[in-house]
Write a protein that binds this ligand. Structure first.
Ligand code: 5GP
Length: 118
């Protein structure tokens, strides 16, 4: 893996500004710069793994921390009517930052998901 920091490591290290909504010892949650729903927060582990499968294999407890932080964010953001947690994995899914992150989406009725539509 490259020694160069990922964008999200730079946010974790406060080198790149972000609208941080929650932090734990092991995770950070901040608003997506290009929100795809009324509420769109990213949750990242402070240790870098390329995707959710690598995180699950290497450190299942840390994956549980990420999901737990997603649930805390959903509660704090008032998403009691429901929300979606998405881990894009690989190019076909549109993953652009290769530091695993959960998208927490909600705050309105969400559309269905799946095939690409223009
Ligand atoms: P992916 O496409 O890899 O699943 O998700 C990456 C997400 O990071 C995208 O939703 C994108 O909008 C978000 N993003 C990209 N650059 C920045 C940034 O500088 N700050 C924040 N807060 N989000 C970013």
């Amino acid at each position: 893996m490259s020694d160069e920091k990922t964008l999200f490591e730079r946010i974790i290290d406060r080198e790149v500004p972000a609208d941080i909504v929650h932090e734990t010892d092991t995770t950070l949650a901040f608003r997506d710069i290009s929100p795809q729903a009324a509420t769109h927060v990213l949750v990242v582990p402070k240790s870098r793994y390329r995707n959710v499968a690598e995180l699950a294999a290497a450190d299942p407890g840390l994956l549980a921390d990420v999901v737990g932080t997603a649930a805390t964010v959903a509660e704090r953001e008032g998403l009691g009517d429901g929300y979606r947690v998405v881990f894009n994995t690989g190019a076909d899914a549109g993953q652009t930052v290769f530091h695993v992150h959960a998208h927490v989406l909600g705050g309105e009725q969400l559309g269905h998901f799946g095939r690409y539509h223009q």
